[in-house]
Design a protein around this ligand. Sequence first.
Ligand code: G3H
Ligand code: ZN
Length: 282
Amino acid sequence: PLVPTRELVSKAAAAGRAVAAFNVITLEHAEAITAGAAAAGAPGVILQISENAVRFHGGRVEPIARAAAEVGKACDVDVALHMDHVTDMRLLRTAADAGFSSAMFDAGAQPYAENLAATRAAAQWAHGAGLWLEAELGYVGGKPDAPASAHAAGVRTDPQEAARYVADTGVDALAVAVGSSHAMTERSATLDHALIERLREAVPVPLVLHGSSGVGDDDLRQAVQAGIVKINIGTALNVAFTGAVREALGARPDLTDPRPYVAQGRETMAETVRVLLGVVSG
Ligand code: G3H
Ligand code: ZN
């Protein structure tokens, strides 16, 4: 069934575990994530659709959001729908109508004062529309317009600044820069677990880890222990999908019907989800 993101996140926080949020690009991603979550016996999972993914679908949010919502409703596991990495307020305004219960407003690339003002306005609007709002402070690098890498000095989230930012913006969760970076295809990121602990002590709302595809199992487990409550994973599914499709096409040059190779991609994504959920919400 579909449940609000707020509910999944607060249950996870209360139980001292994390809830995973996987990025949905196609219908098959949504099917694979819910199948993987059911196979893992996970208490819940978040399907998140990014502004980038909406752009891929011609700028129209409804078709992919509706597909994800229908897949979520039919699943035995609790599923929440989250709009991810929104930079355009116009897109945020479509979120509630399109069935999302939450969104991440991404002003993380902006200087502090601009980030604060834009995020405060976004949070006020979101709360008026009944949406749970996540924001980012510090900068998790790796996106195409990234000004700096999260591995570079000076872009990690500062605990005191983060506490002030959350109080001044009123956001419900905070994405933090603690060593992960977006779009890594190898799991070689090193997280600053001591910083995560300091952030957890200073910040009263749940902490979110972005770029989690680049983080290994042990680091993910430690991050949850240190206080991360929502774990965002995108690239790992695309690595799984594209690898499986490439293999299927290579093995059968005669294929024309997309179903056999797309199915193989979907199964491989589902297995990746099952394994990752065993790590982060087990
Ligand atoms: O918001 C989405 C996540 O941060 C995904 O990052 O693709 O590097 O796993 P990733
Ligand atoms: Zn992200």
